[in-house]
Design a protein. Structure first.
Length: 298
């Protein structure tokens, strides 16, 4: 079991400890529960889906990187595929607060990067802030997505965000988590190729400023992230933060990034370059490069 889970694990009910320990002990456990895992946990604990997700929140919250607030928030997004994805808030010392990641953003992006195409529900240990409610409103689940909180009846995003402003108000049909491919030609070395491929699947229907990031860690593992744009603009999640979510959920320390590549669509109205470079520097990575791509590049 990764040490990050030890304190939360000891606080779990005994039946849940027994049921989930083999999963946490697995070397390849990266914050994802498969349908068969969930079925077994429910059978061994007698909990239904909502109760089980609530009981697992302390484990998700233990993944938080709360270096500024010391306030851990955990979330679990539940995909229509039957997979569940952990998420947690992330903060970065010596970087602006605007670069932080909220737990709901983390769990949703984690699902997206793992290939999930639609979410049915999200469970979180504190009430979603307005920022996160707006971020969720970009999803192809719409305002029907279920939100579960400790000590409250399950509600929908529509209950938490009435009279919502979203993509439809801007005549946008594309939704977050719906698969897309923007057709950028993949070129360069392996890390550049990974960044371009991430940009190909990014969500930027408002600015068309598609972007992706690829990180190489000290272990030699490559982590990629995609830009997730929002109708309200400010809740958009940069591609670097998406890659950091995946790195964190894979139990790799964020200060072990050795090299980073940002791929951006050429001539776009927005650039992630300066913010990406600054946040990487705050994490101790200076080996950063920018690759510009277009659909006609060779």
């Amino acid at each position: 079991m990764h040490p990050r889970f030890s304190t939360a694990f000891s606080a779990l009910p005994a039946a849940l400890q027994t049921a989930i320990q083999p999963l946490l002990d697995a070397a390849d456990f990266h914050g994802v529960l498969r349908p068969q895992d969930i079925a077994q946990l429910k059978q061994l604990t007698g909990l239904d889906d909502d109760a089980l997700a609530l009981a697992l929140l302390p484990l998700a919250a233990s993944c938080a990187v709360a270096t500024v607030s010391n306030f851990n928030v955990g979330a679990i997004s539940r995909g229509v595929s039957g997979h569940w994805y952990f998420g947690a808030n992330m903060e970065f010392l010596h970087a602006p607060l605007q670069q932080t990641v909220h737990a709901e953003q983390s769990a949703i992006t984690h699902a997206w990067l793992r290939g999930e195409e639609k979410l049915a529900a999200i469970t979180v240990n504190y009430t979603p802030c307005g920022h996160c409610r707006q971020f969720m409103n970009e999803l192809n689940s719409g305002t029907a997505i279920r939100i579960s909180l400790p000590g409250r009846a399950v509600s929908t995003l529509g209950d938490y965000l009435p009279d919502a402003f979203g993509p439809a108000d801007l005549n946008i049909t594309e939704r977050l988590l719906t698969p897309v491919n923007h057709g950028f030609a993949v070129k360069g070395d392996a890390l550049q190729q990974a960044a371009i491929e991430a940009a190909n699947h990014s969500h930027a229907p408002y600015s068309q400023s598609y972007s992706g990031v690829a990180l190489r860690s000290q272990s030699g593992t490559t982590f990629t992230g995609r830009y997730a744009e929002n109708a309200a603009f400010n809740p958009s999640l940069p591609p670097l933060q998406a890659a950091l979510i995946l790195m964190n959920m894979s139990n790799e320390a964020l200060d072990t990034i050795q090299q980073a590549v940002l791929a951006e669509s050429q001539g776009s109205t927005l650039s992630q370059s300066d913010a990406t470079r600054a946040t990487l520097a705050a994490l101790g990575c200076e080996d950063f490069s920018l690759t510009l791509v277009s659909k006609t590049s060779v």
